[in-house]
Design a binder for this molecule. Structure first.
Ligand code: NDP
Length: 309
């Protein structure tokens, strides 16, 4: 058996020696050209899959994403025997919780407005809202939503979270499922999106959702670009239903130069940098996943092929 690695040369330079040292009996093939025996490929590590992956390599058992998400994979074409694994690493949690905190504090303390005023050389203090009077709602209570809530807790915000299944989290009001979404939204002055992209969450940040937020709410979006209906956000910003937004992800990426978000005074934009996968941690995680799979124990990061996250 062997692993087929299909990602950047920079990542390979870190991955190959670590993986080969940890799993010396597992050949590391760094491209399709290096594959000596297609039937021996049991593990594939990549971001996007080539179209013919499963025809070429019929014995793949684990498809390992080199990033935190798996929405780039086409689950409809996955053969029965292939399991999907996503990255769960400390640094992704650390970086995303930093970003969520950055976004929440930026909107909480009116940074978009002050950036605009600075460009206009306009000295105009705004009233300051106390954090303990500000309600922050996090959509998605997985590893990243939980990390964001933990990072936000010391500031004293009123915290809440929304997930598919019910959760109990100390210091956080929790809401579950579509039925409780309106109640969750109605009490979210600052909304943070850390959902995975699935058929259920595609386009979830739309006109209907924005209308259910308190007037003048803020949006911190660090999920996926396809969660957001851009025109709905622009309309909500125009009407004042949303006061400001910090967006790390857009649809498409990169955002076209003509898109109104670039110059919008109430939008702060970053180029999908809430986190990146640390190469060393990534390969260590990959090794753990393969070892667990080989020993028949629970594979970390295993994705539900039904829920698709
Ligand atoms: P997890 O799978 O650990 O958690 C996902 C959470 O979302 C769970 O709480 C889940 O509910 C909830 N959820 C999923 N579908 C629904 C739904 N239909 N309704 C309500 N809640 C739902 O994911 P992670 O925390 O690891 O990552 C979340 C996402 O963050 C990634 O998929 C990716 O899109 C994004 N991300 C963005 C990055 C960036 O750089 N901008 C970097 C890394 C990740 P339940 O707990 O009930 O299953």
């Amino acid at each position: 058996m062997a692993i087929l690695y299909l990602s950047s040369p920079e990542r390979r330079a870190v991955w190959q020696p670590i993986l080969s040292a940890a799993l010396p009996d597992l050949p590391f093939w760094g491209s399709a050209e290096e594959v000596l025996d297609p039937s021996a490929v049991r593990f594939v590590a990549c971001w996007v899959t080539p179209d013919d992956l499963f025809e070429r390599y019929p014995n793949i058992e684990l498809l390992i994403s080199v990033g935190a998400g798996v929405d780039q994979f086409d689950f409809d074409t996955l053969p029965e025997n292939v399991q999907v694994v996503r990255m769960i690493t400390p640094s992704i949690r650390e970086m995303v919780s930093e970003y969520a905190t950055l976004g929440v504090l930026a909107l909480h303390r009116d940074l978009p407005q002050y950036l605009q005023q600075q460009h206009q050389q306009h000295w105009q203090p705004q009233p300051i809202q106390l954090a303990r009077r500000r309600r922050v709602g996090v959509m998605g209570l997985g590893q990243l939503g939980l990390a964001a809530l933990t990072a936000l807790a010391p500031f004293g915000f009123q915290l809440s979270g929304w997930s598919r299944s019910r959760k109990e989290i100390a210091g956080v009001s929790t809401f579950a499922g579509v039925r409780e979404l309106p109640a969750f939204l109605a009490q979210s002055d600052l909304l943070v999106c850390l959902l995975p992209l699935t058929s259920e969450t595609h386009g979830i940040l739309d006109e209907e959702l924005f209308a259910q937020l308190p007037k003048g709410a803020g949006l911190v979006h660090c999920g996926r670009g396809e969660h957001l209906e851009s025109d709905a956000l622009l309309a909500a910003l125009q009407s004042g239903q949303i006061s400001s937004a910090m967006l790390d992800v857009t649809n498409p990426e990169p955002l076209p130069k003509t898109h109104p978000f670039w110059a919008h005074p109430s939008v702060i934009l970053t180029p999908h940098v809430a986190s990146e996968t640390d190469f060393e941690e990534g390969v260590e995680f990959c090794v753990q996943a393969i070892q667990a799979h080989l020993s028949g124990s629970a594979v970390p990061g295993l994705v539900s092929k039904i829920q698709r996250y």
